[in-house]
Ligand binder design. Structure first.
Ligand code: MN
Length: 383
């Protein structure tokens, strides 16, 4: 079976247990979030910046599999490649994944921090640590910088500083914290200008809203909550289009990871209908239709979705990006080649190339092109 090489628009690394103390001074590290599982196994206590609160662990995270691991534990221990970058590259070679964007895991906790000075220093420490410890391992690994979205001036400063450290993307929340202006607010306009100027891709990952992830309980809850997690990425995309940010900054590119791709044509239709039919109420006016802006500047990654390829072939949406979601259980690790062959064996080469390689390269050209044969792989990685 021919090996299909693909770039991944959705992967993750896990910071080490000592991450906060490795990258922050002790006085700040002790204020960072940590979770302690309560003895009853049903609750955890989150300690964050002098506050503590108890949280019911979602039932999906309490159930143990045949190895006695919860889904969260399995995600965090599944492969050493989630922390060990050499192991990660070996896994990527085995699976046929060339370049990938690797999202932070601890980043989800930043949403719990409300002190702007603390968050500013925390993201600086994280970004410095990643830049010095892991970013240089291989040009195939793209790490998005974290920025504080509590104050626009902090977000701008860190975006510019991270670009200087070699970052090519910033990782943004699908929605800023309560009390902070939403993504469509005019106060963020200087950030969009700064990101475009610095050549930073705006990246979003679905499901990084800790408060919203357990919306449903009872029969069907696991599936229902999974779907619920998809909306945040779609909302981020339609806000950035509707408010004019992408129109005003045509060089700005947006990646929505893990949420599938066929929602983009759907949203485009809905937005165009609103823009046209509600014309007198619509502001700002845009120089292109919302769908054209969505199609031009928003990229969307999927892993298994059967309809994602048709978003390109049947609906003309070209920025479909494949993603492995390595190393999470919902991803393709262990069956990547089977997944890619299932998706693309009946497709023309140009469709396969567009989705597996080229759309990702438009965002991150520095990862280079994957090898076509094993010999070139050895040359390319030096191993
Ligand atoms: Mn993912």
């Amino acid at each position: 079976m021919e090996k299909i090489w693909a770039n991944s628009g959705d992967s993750h690394y896990l910071e080490s247990d000592t991450f906060w103390s490795d990258c922050l001074p002790p006085a700040l590290a002790e204020r960072m979030p940590r979770s302690v599982r309560d003895e009853d196994g049903r609750h955890e206590t989150i300690h964050v910046d002098g506050r503590s609160f108890q949280r019911t662990i979602p039932s999906v995270d309490r159930k143990k599999d045949e190895d006695g691991l919860t889904m969260l534990e399995r995600n965090q221990t599944r492969r050493p490649g989630i922390t060990d970058m050499e192991q990660r590259l070996a896994d990527l070679d085995q699976e046929g994944v060339w370049g990938e964007i690797a999202y932070p895991s601890l980043g989800i906790w930043l949403a719990l921090l409300t002190d702007p000075d603390l968050v500013r220093e925390a993201v600086r420490g994280c970004n410095d640590w990643i830049a010095s410890e892991v970013m240089g391992r291989s040009p195939r690994l793209v790490f998005p910088a974290q920025v504080s979205m509590l104050r626009v001036e902090d977000a701008i400063e860190e975006t510019q500083r991270a670009a200087g450290l070699g970052y090519r993307a910033i990782f943004l929340p699908n929605k800023p914290q309560d009390g902070v202006p939403d993504l469509n607010d005019e106060s963020w306009k200087p950030l969009w200008a700064a990101a475009e100027e610095a050549g930073m891709v705006l990246t979003f990952h679905i499901g990084f809203e800790p408060a919203d992830l357990v919306a449903h309980r009872g029969p069907g809850g696991a599936v229902m909550n999974w779907i619920e997690a998809s909306w945040g990425g779609q909302r981020a995309a339609f806000k950035l289009v509707s408010c004019g940010a992408l129109d005003q900054h045509p060089g700005l590119k947006v990646l929505i990871s893990e949420g599938g791709a066929s929602w983009v044509p759907f949203l485009g239709d809905r937005m165009d209908e609103a823009y046209r039919q509600l014309g007198t109420f619509v502001r700002p006016k845009l120089s292109l239709t919302p769908k054209e802006l969505l199609y031009r500047q928003v990229y969307a990654s999927f892993q298994h979705d059967e309809t994602a390829v048709a978003a390109l072939t049947a609906m003309g949406y070209r920025n479909v990006v494949w993603g492995s979601d390595y190393p999470h259980v919902e991803g393709t690790y262990g069956h990547t080649q089977e997944t890619l062959h299932g998706l693309f064996d009946d497709q023309p080469d140009d469709v396969r190339r567009r989705i597996t390689i080229e759309s990702f390269l438009e965002l991150f050209p520095d990862v280079g092109t994957p090898p076509v044969g094993a010999e070139e792989l050895v040359d390319a990685t030096g191993r």
